[in-house]
Structures are given as structure tokens and as C-alpha cells.
Design a protein around this ligand. Structure first.
Ligand code: KIV
Length: 276
């Protein structure tokens, strides 16, 4: 298997070969995801919730993203690495956006950065792309705007909102984005947007008509129980398996059955006797 790139993802869209993406935040999981042949890994700022325990993504910093992106990059050999630009790392100015995108590439070893928004962030997308950094845009439910939206809600349901999303999608493509994530968008609208664009679309709660799909890995493995959005399918109940293993470990330690002889190191009896 060879390294996934912007060009290979585009080819997948053209050939109707669905693109797979999962989030990831650490080295060991990145190795497993990469070995499973997943095309792209997203170091999402969902990190804030599923790894750091915040109630939303707003407190995540550029340093947090760099730290986790670099760990993932060390574990993933073939997947294209996309790193989220956290809240307030690109909204204030174009200059900030380019500098922070550069840090995610240089220090976080990402292959692409992702930022939330449509027309309003096109100047940032243009400038980042000009600096030779590929960009993934993100429209629909953009979690960094949770306070402006008044909650995590499906977007694009009215005619006006649907038109706005279609326009935003075309504008981010024209600004130079190489990939587009659509979150919580009605399936038929996401399918229409996918047909209208040349760049690949990745859906999360946006139906099967997108060019690819992304899920937060803790959600799809049943490891995160604070809340489960409607679009999540649990492909395994790893959370239960982990909890059972932790309980068995605690029981065996308390009983004294772990560690067993095969888990211990020996010392020569003569050496030991000299200590008494
Ligand atoms: O932060 C994240 O994990 C994301 C995905 C939900 C697309 O942006």
C-alpha cells in the first residue's frame, strides 16, 4: 500500500471509490487505523471532548493539536494526515491562519489542515493554499460555532440555508480547498453538493451520497458514552471489553493471581541468601 495524497483522493472520487477517514489522537491507535488501510486520519479538535474531557471543542489549543498530530504522524505511514485548526487559530486574521497552519505542518507533521466555515474563511483558505498547504474545509454543523448555533443541530434544512450551504461549498472549492467535510447536513443536499463539486466530500451525518465518510473512533468503537449522535454506528463495543478487562485486572491483583510466575523475573537463590 502507498501513501494517500490529495491526488489519490481526487482519483478515488473520479472512480467512485469511497474514501475512508477516522479521527485519531495517539500513536498506537494511528498504527492500527493505518494498518487497517483507512485512507485518511483526522486529528480532530473533537480531541477536546473525547480525549481531554471538555464539554465542547473551544478550549483546544494549537499546542494540543501539534502534540497529538505529531504522535499520530509517527504511527501512520500511509494514511493522509489531516489536522484541525482549533478555535481562534484562524478566525482573527489571515496572517494568524497561515502561521498556525504552518505550525501544524512543521511541528505536527500533518499533510493537510482543516478549518470550519464557508465564504467567511475563504481569504484564509486562499492564503494557506498559497503557502503550499493543502486545506480541507468543513461546513454544515461546525462545532466551533456551537454558541452561535445555540447547540449541535442539523444544518441546511430550509431553502435559504440549503442554498447557503451549496454556495459555501462552491466558494471553498474556488478558494482552493482540496477536500470538504460536511457535518449534519440532510443526505439529499449533501449528495447534490457532492455532485456539484470537483473536490471529494467527506460526510459525517450527511448520508451515503458523499465521496467518503468520517467518524470519531471512540464513537464507532463504543468507547465514549457522554453522548451519541444519531449518525454514529457502533462497529464494536470496545468500551465494554475494556471495562471488563480493567475489572478482571483489579480482581486478579487483589486476589494475588496476577502477576503469575510467567510474568516475573528470577534471581539466583545463592545471591538472595546473601541478603538475609
Ligand atoms: O473534530 C472532529 O473530529 C471533526 C469531525 C467530526 C469531522 O471535525
Amino acid at each position: 500500500m502507498s501513501k494517500n495524497t490529495v491526488a489519490t483522493l481526487l482519483k478515488q472520487k473520479e472512480q467512485g471509490d469511497k474514501i475512508t477517514m477516522l479521527t485519531c489522537y495517539d500513536y498506537s491507535t494511528a498504527k492500527l487505523i493505518d494498518e487497517a488501510g483507512i485512507n485518511t486520519i483526522l486529528i480532530g479538535d473533537s480531541l477536546g471532548m473525547v480525549v481531554l474531557g471538555y464539554e465542547d471543542t473551544l478550549s483546544v489549543t494549537v499546542e494540543d493539536m501539534i502534540h497529538h498530530s505529531a504522535a499520530v504522524a509517527r504511527g501512520a505511514k500511509n494514511a493522509l494526515i489531516v489536522c484541525d485548526m482549533p478555535f481562534m487559530s484562524y478566525q482573527v486574521s489571515v496572517e494568524d491562519a497561515v502561521r498556525n497552519a504552518g505550525r501544524l505542518m512543521k511541528e505536527g507533521r500533518a499533510n493537510m489542515v482543516k478549518l470550519e466555515g464557508g465564504a467567511s474563511v475563504c481569504p484564509q483558505i486562499e492564503a494557506i493554499v498559497k503557502a503550499s498547504i493543502p486545506v480541507c474545509a468543513h461546513i454544515g454543523l461546525t462545532p466551533q460555532s456551537v454558541n452561535a448555533f445555540g447547540g449541535f443541530k442539523v444544518q441546511g434544512k430550509s431553502e435559504e440555508a440549503a442554498r447557503q450551504l451549496l454556495e459555501d461549498a462552491k466558494k471553498v472549492e474556488a478558494a482552493g480547498a482540496s477536500l470538504l467535510v460536511m457535518e449534519c447536513v440532510p443526505a439529499k443536499l449533501a449528495e447534490l453538493i457532492t455532485k456539484e463539486l470537483h473536490i471529494p466530500t467527506i460526510g459525517i451525518g450527511a448520508g451515503a451520497g458523499c465521496d467518503g465518510q468520517v467518524l470519531v473512533y471512540q464513537d464507532m468503537l463504543g468507547m465514549f458514552s457522554d453522548f451519541t449522535p444519531k449518525f454514529v454506528k457502533k462497529f464494536a463495543e470496545t468500551g465494554n471489553v475494556m471495562k471488563q478487562a480493567f475489572e478482571t485486572y483489579a480482581k486478579e491483583v487483589k486476589e494475588g493471581t496476577f502477576p503469575a510466575p510467567e510474568h516475573t523475573f528470577k534471581i539466583n537463590e545463592e545471591v538472595l541468601e546473601k541478603l538475609y
